[in-house]
Design a protein. Sequence first.
Length: 103
Amino acid sequence: MTDPTRIRATAKDGGVNVKVLMAHAMETGQRKDDAGKPIPAHYIQHVGVTWQGKVVLSATWGTAISKNPFLEFNFKGGKKGETIQVTWTDNKGEKRTDEATIN
């Protein structure tokens, strides 16, 4: 399993600012190792964020996203003390879900 997703959610101006740092290699499948063999593609394909059971962000990604991707977005609603869940799934079927409390 990968390192935990780092999430910071801050309530402000009637909404929430969310910053997410995901630990993932995000290999494109185009690089080669020291022996000249291709490194297989391994990247996050889908990111979803929910708050109170509602989807507030849904994103489909490909190989153009950098290693250990950072994502920042805002959504309306949310109060201090509530939680958000961030889930990602990669092209190999690995999945990770983490949550954070809105500050």
